[in-house]
Design a protein around this ligand. Structure first.
Ligand code: P5A
Length: 450
């Protein structure tokens, strides 16, 4: 993409309504525009990051054997009356009436609808296990939408639902989700710690939230510092293996880590004092096992091996796709702007042309642009007729992890400059070596998708 042709409405001033860094930076970098309280348009740069996150979520869900589908945003109130949640959900539920005076709602989650799809189409235990998911917009009429996309009213969620014959099988689905989430967040450059939590209006007894530690997080968390040393890495797990998934769950949940809702002072006091931590965290996902809470009242049953009908055991599992954009920025920024992790960056590399209109500089930039693009990279080429300082400031603000600076003096020695946004360090390399180097840097990112 050539910046001269792109739509990147960066702001010079710091917007006064934004209280936290990610909200400020998303507005300043031209990623989002607020349309109403807690409702945003995703401008091209923001939409690109959102799409990358969505893609990682899709890849990791499908790696775990979960099947994508798409359900609507508007739902019939009658379905929610069956589960009892139409009245129970309260003011967060946006209720709508259509022209025929039928009660509808903008879905805050889809347990009822997926249970309806299941009961209409699945009859036998032989069709289990089954996990279906979608990535769809949700609406929750939050009393205090704030912090930009972190607590929106309209937000994008991945929500998945497992259907199993027995409690044990559903607990395996729970564990499988926990494992796949660890891999998902790490691909985004995040450490998200599973913590025991409270299930709220979704229901059930077993639930973990995934929290990214950040001072601006809305949740208070308590944990054993040893947990922050754990990494999932690029392990290959057999998601069908009960033992393998259980072992990962045990590894990542055996140390104390809880949100304030389930915090237990006595258990916390058992941890050696130097390892006790109290901090704040951003909830980027949550998994639930709730058994037959929806299947029983809604009649989602299958014929079991004994010929008897039995309600299926279910769980649901959510990732805050749009919230993640804010969470990643909270964890990765400095006073100049965003610093994207390589896995989610909107463009892999930026090219800054220091002397637009100079034939040799222009053609060196064009050649780099072509070669990097041919290697599967997305390149943002700043070909505007602007001062170098303004070009650098834009690149720093929008946070591409790598920048190539091309100027007439360097080119005389066949050198361009490769700069890391994170460390600020630069090296002089030939254009051919820059292409090679970036290929090496991004290889693990492209490999993680395989
Ligand atoms: C699990 C999937 C559920 O709704 N039903 C389907 C279950 N879980 S949840 O924890 O309530 O939400 C899942 C994730 O969505 C994000 N989230 C939000 N993101 C932005 N703005 C909001 N107002 C908001 N509310 C929830 C969180 O990341 C949460 O973990």
């Amino acid at each position: 993409m050539r910046l001269s042709r792109y739509f990147l409405p960066v702001l010079k001033e710091t917007p006064s309504e934004a209280q936290i860094a990610s909200h400020r930076l998303m507005l300043r970098a031209g990623m989002i525009k607020q349309q109403s309280a807690g409702i945003y348009s995703w401008l091209p740069l923001g939409f690109k990051v959102l799409s990358r996150i969505e893609q990682i979520v899709n890849e990791e869900q499908q790696r775990a054997g979960h099947i994508p589908l798409l359900m609507p945003t508007l739902q019939s109130a009658d379905l929610w009356r069956e589960s009892g949640r139409y009245d129970a959900y309260g003011d967060e539920l946006l209720r709508v009436t259509d022209r025929h005076k039928r009660d509808m709602l903008y879905g805050p989650t889809n347990e009822e609808m997926i249970t309806d799809i299941f009961r209409s189409n699945v009859n036998s235990y032989k069709d289990l296990p089954l996990t279906l998911y979608h990535i769809q917009w949700k609406f929750r009429d939050e009393i205090r939408p704030r912090f930009g996309v972190m607590r929106g009213r309209e937000f994008l969620m991945k929500d998945g639902y497992n259907f199993d014959l027995t409690k044990d099988a559903a607990l395996h689905a729970y564990n499988r989700h926990l494992v796949s989430y660890l891999r998902t967040y790490e691909r985004m450059g995040l450490q998200a710690i599973p913590m025991r939590a409270d299930s709220g209006p979704i229901g059930g007894d077993d639930t973990h939230e995934f929290l990214v530690l950040a001072d601006t997080g809305e949740s208070e968390v308590f944990y054993d510092s040893e947990i922050t040393d754990l990494r999932f890495g690029n392990r290959h797990i057999d998601y069908d293996s009960v033992e393998e998934c259980q072992a990962v769950l045990d590894e990542f949940t055996s140390r104390y880590a809880r949100t304030d809702e389930t915090h237990d002072e006595a258990a916390f006091a058992q941890i050696p004092e130097e390892r006790r931590r109290t901090a704040r965290g951003i909830e980027v996902g949550q998994i639930f096992y709730f058994g037959t809470k929806y299947s029983e009242p809604m009649g989602a049953t299958v014929v079991g091996p004994d010929g008897q009908r039995t309600p299926v055991h279910m769980g649901s599992h959510g990732i805050g796709v749009s919230r993640l954009v804010g969470a990643i920025i909270e964890a990765n920024h400095d006073d100049k702007g965003i610093i994207w992790p390589e896995g989610v960056t909107p463009f892999h590399v930026g090219i800054v042309n220091l002397k637009q209109g100079d034939a040799s500089v222009d053609s060196a930039c064009e050649a780099l642009y072509r070669e990097l693009t041919a290697q599967g990279m997305e390149v943002l080429y700043d070909d505007r007729d602007e001062r170098a300082g303004a070009k650098f400031a834009t690149m720093d603000l929008i946070g591409l992890p790598w920048r190539i600076t091309v100027g007439p003096r360097g080119l005389q020695a066949n050198k361009v400059e490769l700069t890391s946004r994170r460390s600020g360090e630069s090296e002089e390399l030939s254009p051919a070596d820059v292409v090679l180097r970036l290929g090496q840097i991004y290889q693990p990112v492209f490999d993680a998708a395989k």
